[in-house]
Design a protein around this ligand. Structure first.
Ligand code: FDA
Length: 392
């Protein structure tokens, strides 16, 4: 069997590329269904892009690499596609666009686009061997007990990262990159909850389920979004965002009053109704358990009226600079993305083609380009897929 282009991986990037390649296209995936991660994304509503997507929202060893693809297929292009397919959507927060109905609408749209381009899809199909030939590649496929030998001019690797192995995520794309001599930047879990040792968990575990707005910082990177205490550690958007920047053994600083409203309010209350217990007054502004914990950390007791300015400053330091050193992350089991991947130094940023292997392309999450939480990872999948598709 011969096709112009073989795409391995029928996820976001693979399906999108199939619609843009031209020529004969076969997409293979070892899963039972295409686009499984799209289906579960955004709580089942798929946060399919972000109104403010720009290169600053991505991590990579080369932060410039993503610029070309993002500029040539933008969030507006994808919004236009979604609109043409009559999919209703809304902005939830911070430019994040979600389907009003179901993420399945995005999968159906991609399948319709792929079918319009006359691309074929083989599910439950594995690739057992890939070899370079003079004209392109020779590939051995296995579908159940049926083996197929195939030749193709172009081979697009769209197998994603290692996150959520129980959904079929593998490191196969990295192995193929290594087979063809491309460098793979060390991978690690990103957009993932942080875990802590017993000392921190003694404070956090009793607050499991509690959520509030917070600003979380590591070194000079900071995100202000929701924070959630769980029985395993800390989660919520601000923690997931910072996890992509966190490096082992370094602390994070949690600010539970990012706007700095609480201290002036405490001073005012001290003047008017200072006879209330300090932890009760703080609980007007923070969840009760957190308020008690911060008062204990500051070593304060008694009524608000008993507290000097320096006592209140010490308390403020506790809830605005809560320093915690994670012991690790929950890892690929719950991570939304994989940081690192196929080195951008070995890829052409206009086409996603390997610089030294004619016809070999890497797109989507398998590449060392990782977005923030908020629709940025799908935008990278769409943009990098279109870059490769148009080049073919
Ligand atoms: P993707 O993982 O989508 O697809 C890879 C495909 O390759 C899969 O179908 C897999 O079965 C197949 N495959 C893997 N190895 C193979 C092999 N050896 N042989 C054959 N096939 C193979 N992003 C976002 O922007 N907005 C959001 O709302 C969310 N939400 C979200 C929720 C959850 C729970 C997760 C885990 C992730 C998200 N993401 C997200 C991230 C987003 O899902 C992810 O970045 C994209 O799906 C990446 O698209 P790719 O096509 O590169 O990989």
């Amino acid at each position: 069997m011969k096709v112009d282009t073989l795409i391995v991986g029928a996820g976001a990037a693979g399906l999108m590329a199939a619609a843009h390649c031209g020529g004969s296209v076969l997409v293979v995936d070892h899963a039972k269904k295409a686009g499984d991660k799209i289906r579960i994304s955004g709580g089942g509503r798929c946060n399919f892009t972000n109104l403010y997507a720009s290169p600053e929202n991505f991590l990579s060893q080369n932060p410039h690499f993503c610029k070309s693809a993002l500029a040539r297929y933008t969030q507006w292009d994808f919004i236009d596609l979604v609109t043409r397919h009559g999919i209703a959507y809304h902005e939830k927060t911070l430019g994040q666009l979600f389907c009003n109905g179901s993420a399945k609408e995005i999968i159906a749209m991609l399948m319709a686009e792929m079918e319009a381009a006359k691309a074929q899809l083989w599910l439950q199909t594995s690739v057992t061997k890939v070899q370079k030939t003079d004209q392109g590649f020779s590939v051995a496929l296995q579908k159940g007990d049926q083996a197929t030998d195939l030749t193709c001019t172009n081979l697009i690797i769209a197998t994603g990262g290692k996150s959520i192995p129980k959904m079929g995520a593998t490191g196969w794309g990295y192995d193929i990159a290594a087979q063809f001599g491309l460098e793979v930047v060390e991978t690690r879990a990103g957009l993932v909850p942080l875990t802590f040792g017993p000392d921190v968990m003694a404070d956090v575990a009793p607050m499991s389920g509690l959520s509030l707005n917070a600003s979380v910082q590591t070194r000079d990177t900071q995100f202000e979004e929701g924070l959630l205490c769980t029985h395993r550690g800390l989660s919520g958007p601000s923690i997931l965002q910072i996890s992509s920047y966190w490096t082992p053994s370094t602390p994070i600083s949690v600010n539970l009053d990012p706007k700095g409203y609480i201290l002036p309010a405490l001073r005012e209350t001290r003047q008017k109704t200072g006879k209330r217990a300090v932890h009760n007054v703080l609980a007007d502004h923070l969840p009760t358990k957190l308020a008690q914990m911060m008062v204990d950390k500051a070593g304060l007791a008694g009524n608000l009226a008993d507290q000097s300015d320096s006592h209140l400053a010490r308390l403020e330091d506790c809830y605005r600079k809560w320093m915690l050193t994670p012991s690790g992350t929950e890892g690929y089991r719950t991570a939304e993305v994989t940081l690192g991947g196929v080195s951008t130094a070995d890829l052409n940023s206009q086409t996603m083609q390997a610089k030294d292997v004619n016809g070999l392309y890497f797109i989507g999450e398998v590449v060392d380009v990782t977005g923030w939480l908020g629709g940025f990872n799908f935008q990278w999948a769409w943009s990098s897929a279109v870059a490769a598709g148009r080049a073919i």
